[in-house]
Design a protein around this ligand. Structure first.
Ligand code: SF4
Length: 77
């Protein structure tokens, strides 16, 4: 089982709020309207990954802490 660590690259975030709508238990907007993670365990892994995929700016990074594998965006080959 994966243990996800999710971060938002605020420099890339365009405040579209897709992530907040997909996983409101995980993401919220800060005072500047940028997304941030406020609860790493606020949604099932599949929902967190869906939120990362939904981000139009590719600003959400999801890593499996146990293996160190970056799950999203997929590592370039
Ligand atoms: S979906 Fe991406 S661009 Fe939109 S608010 Fe979330 S992190 Fe920012």
């Amino acid at each position: 089982m994966a243990q996800l660590k999710t971060t938002v690259n605020k420099a890339k975030c365009i405040a579209s709020q897709d992530c907040v709508q997909t996983a409101p238990g995980v993401f919220q907007l800060d005072d500047e309207g940028k997304s941030e993670v406020y609860d790493q365990r606020g949604a099932p892994d599949s929902v967190i990954l869906a939120a990362a995929r939904a981000c139009p700016a590719k600003a959400i990074i999801v890593v499996d802490e146990l293996t160190g594998t970056q799950l999203f965006p997929p590592p370039k080959k």
